[in-house]
Design a protein around this ligand. Structure first.
Ligand code: SF4
Ligand code: SF4
Length: 326
């Protein structure tokens, strides 16, 4: 029987999701023996023309990581959708936009101004910007930035989601086992992760009271948390109660609050709104001045609540920013 054909592609992300596949360590050899990798540009010398030449629906499973930020991301995602039976959004950026999605707080002009000019590490006296150029008679056409970063599902139909920033090796492996078993859940589901919140599998859960109430938020830079007590109880804004479990709680175990990279639980449309609502509900203060004081410790509300999900939220980004042509 022929082995399932698998493709992997990298859109707008840091590359951590590609690392996460390699992090399967010895299990990558099992994967390679069970499937036939037909496209994985970061690791093997395939060309886009190889994919273009494939018959439609000839790839059995395609893993796409990263959000859709450029015209190239969009073009390749559409091509891979056409050639694949099953498309999986692999990781937080592909699923909801991820950390690069926080760029939706600025328009394209502001992004280019900062990246090519204003950032203090730049030296660009001639004000060079990405452009179409002729080099030795060859016309180069660089991909352009889209108006906003979008999650993969904004441009193509996505069959399944594997969460994480990046997905852990165990989650990736569980998802691969599910795919190979052929016992796939309903389309649109998350695979490889839990259906319950992270707190359920957190090693500190026993020290978390039924109802958490705190008087102040604290920052990890202010003190060394007690590693045997729930971080939320200690005032750190841990998002474990509203985040899908399955990661093994590596951040919490290391003394860092969960920032929500496994995303929302089923039936939650807006992770950021859920996170803010939850944190507000545990603040046990009535006095307005004290509330302001407590909130002043949360220096980046959007970065905290929408760290991985701004493009997929109903807001999509900062409202009211004017769009200009890059
Ligand atoms: S709030 Fe955070 S530290 Fe506390 S039990 Fe949940 S995941 Fe663990
Ligand atoms: S603890 Fe939270 S932020 Fe850390 S890997 Fe798990 S879901 Fe992601």
């Amino acid at each position: 029987m022929p082995k399932p054909k698998v493709a992997l592609y990298w859109c707008a992300s840091c590359g951590g999701c590609e690392e996460a596949v390699v992090d399967l360590a010895e299990r990558i050899l099992d994967v390679v023996s069970l499937v036939d990798i037909v496209f994985w540009p970061v690791a093997l010398d395939f060309k886009l023309t190889d994919v273009e030449a494939m018959p439609d629906q000839s790839i059995d499973v395609c893993f796409i990581n990263g959000g859709i930020r450029s015209t190239e991301n969009e073009r390749v995602a559409r091509l891979l959708r056409q050639k694949s039976k099953v498309v999986i959004a692999y990781g937080a950026c592909s699923s909801w936009g991820g950390i690069p999605g926080l760029a939706n707080l600025s328009n394209r002009q502001e992004i280019l101004d900062w990246v090519y000019q204003a950032a203090p590490t730049n030296q660009n006296d001639e004000g060079v910007r990405p452009s179409v150029a002729d080099a030795n008679g060859v016309r180069l056409e660089l991909p352009t930035l889209l108006a906003r970063l979008e999650p993969l599902s904004a441009v193509i139909e996505v069959d399944y989601y594997i969460p994480g920033c990046p997905p852990t090796p165990d989650v990736t492996w569980k998802a691969i086992e599910t795919i190979l078993s052929g016992k796939l859940p309903e389309r649109g589901s998350v695979i490889g992760a839990d259906s319950k919140a992270l707190c359920h599998s957190c090693p500190l859960n026993e020290s978390k009271p039924e109802k958490v109430l705190i008087k102040e938020f604290r920052r990890v830079t202010e003190f060394t948390p007690d590693r045997s007590t729930c971080l939320l109880v200690q005032g750190l804004p841990c998002l474990g109660p509203v985040t899908r479990g399955g990661c093994g709680a590596p951040c919490v175990t290391g003394g860092m609050p969960c920032t929500g990279c496994f995303g929302a639980l089923d039936r939650v449309d807006d992770f950021g709104a859920k996170a803010v609502t939850y944190l507000a509900s545990i603040l046990d203060i009535d006095d307005e001045k004290e509330i302001d004081k407590a909130l002043s410790k949360v220096v980046d509300v959007v970065g905290l609540s929408y760290k991985y999900s701004l493009p997929a939220s109903p807001l999509g980004g900062k409202l009211g920013i004017t769009e200009e042509k890059p």
